[in-house]
Design a protein around this ligand. Structure first.
Ligand code: FAD
Length: 418
């Protein structure tokens, strides 16, 4: 019988799948590793993969308290872009964007990267001036950016409300055509499988509860599955950065806040690109399944709750509908939240900490998914060599002490960069 026949499918569904190999091993913790990564999100898994692949370090464990990709990696709205004005930011994100273009080949796993264009709308002369400046800064670094007039926009996104009577009239947009979206789960699974193939131990349901110290150095971690020794430890826990760093006695310039997103029922293609409006505090895109994905502001107070409040959700939906009135006819089917690690200048923190052998990758706010490959690549360099990579050097933790912050107001869809 043809194993792809309808009968075959029913049999498979009722009888369970046979001969399917797990995509990665369910590893038991060893007594010690050269490098331990705390956090099995995209950043932690990518770091482990590049440590093994590029630096040849194979004795590595990724410790995840839940399941891999169950944090912000599996909860984000998957926007990938490098349209930042400040050079340290657009250099890092552009390095990542170039990696996205080949990531499916690199991992032999379809991460469904879809460069459909990512745009910021301008709603006033001041907005358009800011967008033009941002585009100029990007082009000076060789990154594509294109200002769109209202006429061009009307052809590109015909369902936008471009009438003069719109609540926030649209004057134009800055589009990065190489930006777009990717499939979040696939990124975690692809990196996990590839890292496992290089000998990395991925250990789920293993929460780090403390650090083992020898004088001023970290030499291991305490976990819910026992003590594990480590040469170096890399924190990669997104919204839990403050808590985990606190276990080593560090206080970070990071606040954990809830960020929500929502998706409608699936419909035929109606939104061509990723549309973000900083003035309206919202963004929309269409998933590959057809649902319209909405996002907006974080809840704006510290919380570790992975659920947000209806008021903020309401605001994002109302603004999305004001941008594209046809969306009002759709039914919302799902909302969810993640805990984001909001740094005080809106930029990530990557590098060494004051504790010997302990490194930090966090503070990605609501924009770290797009950085996954670049973050993994540069953090792997730092963990392998103990030194900054040229692209993550500006993001050192001690920049807050030195007053050398990277504060690009409006780096995300929201006008306040945090
Ligand atoms: P995570 O995927 O959160 O992984 C960290 C892991 O650490 C988690 O799995 C957690 O369980 C684990 N962990 C925590 N504490 C411990 C411990 N003590 N021991 C062991 N494991 C631990 N970014 C974009 O670029 N584009 C977007 O469109 C976008 N949209 C977003 C929308 C929402 C609703 C949210 C919440 C975020 C969004 N982001 C977006 C941000 C992005 O999701 C994150 O910056 C990025 O996914 C962080 O990846 P990570 O691997 O560092 O974290």
């Amino acid at each position: 019988m043809n194993r792809y026949s309808a009968l075959g499918l029913v049999r498979g569904a009722l009888g369970g799948h046979k001969h399917w190999q797990p995509a990665w091993r369910d590893a038991e913790p060893k007594p010690s590793y050269d490098i331990i990564i705390i956090g099995g999100g995209g950043h932690g898994l990518a770091t482990a993969y590049y440590l093994a692949k590029v630096h040849g370090i194979r004795n590595i464990a990724v410790l995840e308290k839940g399941w891999i990709g169950g944090g912000n990696t599996g909860r984000n709205t998957t926007i990938v872009r490098s349209n930042y004005r400040l050079a340290p930011l657009h250099d890092l994100f552009e390095f990542g964007l170039k990696m996205w273009e080949h990531l499916s080949d690199e991992l032999n796993y379809n991460v469904m990267f879809s460069p459909r264009g990512a745009m910021f709308l301008g709603h006033s002369d001041a907005d358009m001036t800011r967008l033009a400046e941002r585009g100029d800064a990007m082009r000076c670094s060789g990154i594509d950016a294109e200002l769109m007039t209202r006429d061009k926009l009307a052809k590109f996104e015909p369902l936008l409300d471009l009438s003069r009577s719109a609540r926030f009239p649209i004057e134009g947009a800055l589009i990065q055509r190489r930006g777009g979206t990717a499939r979040h789960d696939a990124v975690a699974w692809g990196y996990a499988r590839a890292a496992d193939g290089l000998g990395v131990d991925i250990i789920q349901k293993c929460e780090v509860t403390g650090f083992v110290r020898d004088g001023d150095a970290v030499v291991g971690v305490e976990t819910t599955r026992g003590r594990i020794g480590a040469g170096r430890v890399g924190i990669c826990v997104a919204g839990n950065s403050g808590h985990v760093a606190g276990l080593a006695g560090l206080r970070l310039p990071i606040e954990s806040q809830t960020l929500q997103a929502m998706v409608t029922e699936g419909v035929k293609p109606m939104v061509n690109s990723v549309i973000m409006s900083q003035s309206m505090h919202c963004y929309i895109s269409q998933s590959d399944k057809g649902g319209i994905v909405f996002g907006g502001d974080p809840d704006n107070w510290p919380s570790y709750a992975q659920r947000g409040i209806p008021m903020v959700m309401d605001g994002a939906i109302a603004q999305g509908i004001a941008l594209m009135p046809a969306l009002s006819r759709l039914r919302m089917v799902r909302t969810w939240s993640g805990v984001t690690d909001m740094s005080f200048d809106g930029a990530p923190i990557i590098g060494e900490t004051p504790v010997k052998n302990l490194f930090l990758n966090g503070g990605w706010c609501y924009g770290g998914f797009k950085a996954t490959p670049a973050s993994g690549w540069t953090y792997a360099h730092t963990l392998a060599t103990g030194k900054p990579h040229a692209l993550n050097a500006p993001f050192a933790l001690d920049r807050f002490r030195r007053g050398d912050t990277i504060d690009e107001t409006g780096t995300g869809p929201m006008p306040n960069s945090r």
